[in-house]
Every structure is written in structure tokens, then in C-alpha cells.
Write a protein that binds this ligand. Sequence first.
Ligand SMILES: Nc1ncnc2c1ncn2[C@@H]1O[C@H](COP(=O)(O)OP(=O)(O)OP(=O)(O)O)[C@@H](O)[C@H]1O
Ligand SMILES: [Mg+2]
Length: 247
Amino acid sequence: MLKIDNLQATVADKPILKGLSLEINPGEIHAIMGPNGAGKSTLGYTLGGRPGYEVTGGSVTFDGQDLFELEPHERAAAGLFLGFQYPVEIPGVSFVQFLREAANAQRKGRGEEPLSGGEFLKLAKEKAGLLRLDMDMLKRPVNVGFSGGEKKRAEMVQMGILDPKLAILDETDSGLDIDALRVCGEGINAIMRAPDKAVLLITHYQRLLDYVKPDFVHVLANGRIVKSGGPELAHQLEAEGYEAVAA
Ligand SMILES: Nc1ncnc2c1ncn2[C@@H]1O[C@H](COP(=O)(O)OP(=O)(O)OP(=O)(O)O)[C@@H](O)[C@H]1O
Ligand SMILES: [Mg+2]
């Protein structure tokens, strides 16, 4: 589904990704762990197409297509979802309106009919229920005044509505209380655990992986994958630290 080969990228002329390779097949859940500043968020932003993140080498294909030939909105319509480490607030734009516009823009990009108001509301209620997020929250401006945990849950509602093929989730577990961690974990499984979908989870801790069980765990350090293994690698990292395991 996603094939990253020797990817190199710079931010503000500073090399951050330095030859990163990773392959993700349909049905797989991959976790990426690694020290602060290693380039994990940079990987997500580069794949998502955030301005300022410049690809200087290597290649990425998504479903056999050159990812970098697609504009960010085309990547989204093709089924790529990026969950942010720090979700942005958009004052003046109601969350339901934002979600409906996003869903219908992506449907249009795929040549599908837009969802009617009724269809959209039913879908939004279903996904909000899954994430135990009060529908009243979604009547407010996007993320404005939301607590850290509410932003993360709202982001998972967004993922449920957009129904992507590949979700790259950047520290979705950060800031979640114990119950919200379980709700989000179960939500990710409900939305993304499918033979034709895949997830790349960026996380610092085992706790989310207790719910969303990864097939593969990778260590990203200094701009490349320095070690890969199964779920046991996350436990080993937590017990021994990066220096001991992936030096
Ligand atoms: N706009 C920028 N200008 C300069 N340096 C940047 C910029 N954005 C990111 N960097 C640098 O790129 C490096 C990688 O950052 P990145 O956010 O990808 O790390 P990370 O692995 O996600 O870390 P964390 O675990 O703390 O989230 C850091 O050293 C960071 O300071
Ligand atoms: Mg980060």
C-alpha cells in the first residue's frame, strides 16, 4: 500500500529524513517509536505534503502511485489521513460544517456523489458515538477551546467520517486520560482494522499499543529506521530505552 524507499527530506534547509525506508501492506498496523526530534512528525508531514517539507531524495508510492505527484488534497482523496500531534484550532468554522466539506470534497475528488445533510449527520453521529464525543462539541468552531483529549477524540471522529485507507497517527495517545485512551484505541481498531486498510502509529509509549496491537514496531532515530521488530520491540524499548536497544 505504502512503499517508502530511501526518503530524504529537509525542513528549513536542514536535513531531517536521511534515507528512510518502510513498506506497509494492507491489513498491517505499524508503530514508529523514537527519540524526540528524530523526525517522526517530519515523516508524517512529508507524506501528507505540508508546505516547507522538501523532499530531496528517494521515492514514495501509495497504491502504486507516486505520492509526490499528488497535491495534498489529492493524497487525502486517494485515502491518506494524517492525524496531527497538535491539532489546529480554526475559529469561525463549525466542526460539523468543516467535516462535511472535507468529506464531500474527498468524495468529489473520487468522482462520488456528495453526502446529503441527513446522510452526513447520521455518519457524524455514528462516529461521534464510537468516540464518545458529544455531538454538541461538533457544533463549536473547529477545536477552539477543546481540551487536549477532546481534540484527539474529535480527530478520530474525523478519521471515521473520512474513512481513509491509510492513517498516519502522530501521538494520538498524548494528552488522553486513561478512559479516553481506551476509547480512542478501540475507535482506531473499529475504523481502521480491516484487510484493505493500514495504520502507521507514531507513539512514545506502549500504552496505546495495548489497545491497537501493532504487527510491526520500528525505531526511527536520526532520520532513518534503525531497528524493526514485532510487538515485543516496544516492550523492550520501554524497559531498556532507545540507547540500549537501538544504538
Ligand atoms: N520549521 C522547522 N525549522 C527548523 N527545524 C525544524 C522545523 N521543523 C522541525 N524541525 C526540526 O526537525 C527535527 C525533527 O522534528 P520532528 O518534529 O520530526 O521530531 P519528532 O521525532 O516528531 O519528535 P517528538 O517526539 O518530540 O515529537 C527537530 O530537530 C526539529 O527541531
Ligand atoms: Mg513529533
